[in-house]
Design a protein around this ligand. Structure first.
Ligand code: APR
Length: 235
């Protein structure tokens, strides 16, 4: 028996596109990160084993770019939704722009730049904010620190939590993602048939069944959608 949906609950799934207008590069757009770097070298356990310095340099650079960025109108609008709704942000992004915009319930499915973790089985985490990680920076258990990021081939631990949140959402917004990386991309199918489902994207090869497509930049589209949702919010 599926749980009832909650008319006050909104879940958002965001990707790199929501941070593009804040100056943080996406991955697969022209000029994106995976056009500039070989993801096998900088975002896989094998790449880390081959050349940890290259991996640390890649994420130290991205951490500096993210720290210098500011939340944009899309992040701020989603934070404003919390005035009238219970909002859960499921993000593939490793920047903290949702939190800095004021969102209070953010689940980072692919990890966070602001955290590092040890490389032993204990996986002890440490908050580093915008600080770089250097070779020789050790965790309490003596293991080398690494970015607390989910690399390709590593498990996405919070998928069950993400699915559970979507199951009771009365509205589900998918914004700024190419929906090409699994398992997270499979979340579009988890929303209930009678929930309101919206996809905000620049270019869409295929619109998932049951979704309303709002084509355009997140910073332009999301504030208008949020305004409408707030105006129609249940009393
Ligand atoms: N507004 C809305 N969408 C935008 C904007 C914008 N201003 N700019 C770009 N986009 C769209 C692009 O058209 C593209 O569909 O955002 C999407 C970004 O897609 P990707 O670069 O593939 O980023 P994402 O979907 O978040 O990647 C998922 O892949 O490499 C891994 O772990 C990494 O979390 C990342 C995952």
């Amino acid at each position: 028996m599926k749980p009832a949906i909650d008319t006050k609950k909104i879940v958002v799934l965001s990707g790199a596109g929501i941070s593009a207008e804040s100056g943080i590069p996406t991955f697969r757009d022209s000029g994106g990160l995976w056009h500039q770097h070989d993801l096998r070298e900088v975002a896989t356990p094998e790449g880390w084993a081959r050349n940890p310095q290259l991996v640390l340099d890649f994420y130290n650079e991205r951490r500096a770019v993210a720290a210098a960025a500011e939340p944009n109108a899309a992040h701020l609008a989603l934070a404003a939704l919390e005035q009238r709704f219970d909002v859960v942000i499921l993000t593939q992004n490793i920047d903290d722009l949702h939190e800095r915009a004021g969102s209070t319930n953010v689940i980072h499915l692919h990890g966070e730049l602001a955290w590092a973790r040890g490389t032993s089985a204990k996986r002890l985490r440490r908050r580093i904010d915008a600080a770089p990680i250097m070779l020789g920076d050790l965790c309490e258990d003596g293991s080398q620190l690494r970015p607390d990021i989910v690399w390709f081939g590593e498990p996405v631990e919070r998928m069950d939590a993400a699915c559970a949140e979507i199951l009771t959402a009365s509205k589900f917004l998918v914004v700024g993602t190419s929906l090409t990386v699994f398992p997270v991309a499979s979340l579009v199918k988890k929303a209930r048939w009678h929930a309101e489902k919206v996809l905000c994207a620049l270019d869409v090869e295929r619109r998932p069944a049951g979704y309303t497509l709002l084509r355009g930049a997140a910073g332009k589209i999301v504030p208008g959608l949020v305004q409408r949702w707030l105006a129609d919010a249940p009393r």
